[in-house]
Design a protein around this ligand. Sequence first.
Ligand code: GRF
Length: 230
Amino acid sequence: MSSTESCGHPPVNTAKKRLVVLISGRGSNMNSLLAATRSGQINGEIVAVVSNRADAEGLRVAASQGIATAVVDHRAHPSREEFDRALYQVVDAMQPDFVILAGFMRILTPHFVTPLTGRLINIHPSLLPKYPGLDTHRRALDAGDTEAGATVHFVTQELDGGPAIIQARVPVLAGDTPDTLAARVLGVEHAIYCEAVRLLCDGSIRYSQQGQVLLDGNPLPESGILFSER
Ligand code: GRF
């Protein structure tokens, strides 16, 4: 009997999943994922953090915690496609089970997305399908929304348009500015990204060939799991 089998039960793959995190800036989501892997909450290991910007604050944070880092500078490549090919080569060489976009501020082409379909996820600071793209908090405030939030989703060719894994809502409060709302949303971002990656690494969440998100084999609703803090 191998270490992944147990008497009378289907084999469970207990090997830690290899995670590569892509960032462009501060890296607070990356850092909370790192804490969750190290505490054992996530059955995975961040094997590297990759950025398109050498000056990304999150790279320093990762390196200071002993995580391998790499830079693929988009300005060193003549086109988006060539950047994506170079980025894919670097990431693929790290043999990731999952690739996690955490504040990675580049639009990705099929050269990167297609070979990683079902293994590439992103977090977006809005209640998708509302407000794909930039400036989500100002747009929510301008629209007079009473709720905002964040969504973790599988990445497809459509910008911020792939199927949702999990979503969390927060209230919009009187007097909110884009900054105060962003800070409230960021708190739930950290929680839902850890939960999504935990479920992925456990094998509870997967992407079907039909492009659906399955939780324990059952399709999720369009907005994914509705997160509630325990
Ligand atoms: C987060 O709000 C994330 O949703 C968005 O970019 C921000 C990154 O923040 N895509 P951090 O770098 O993880 O602190």
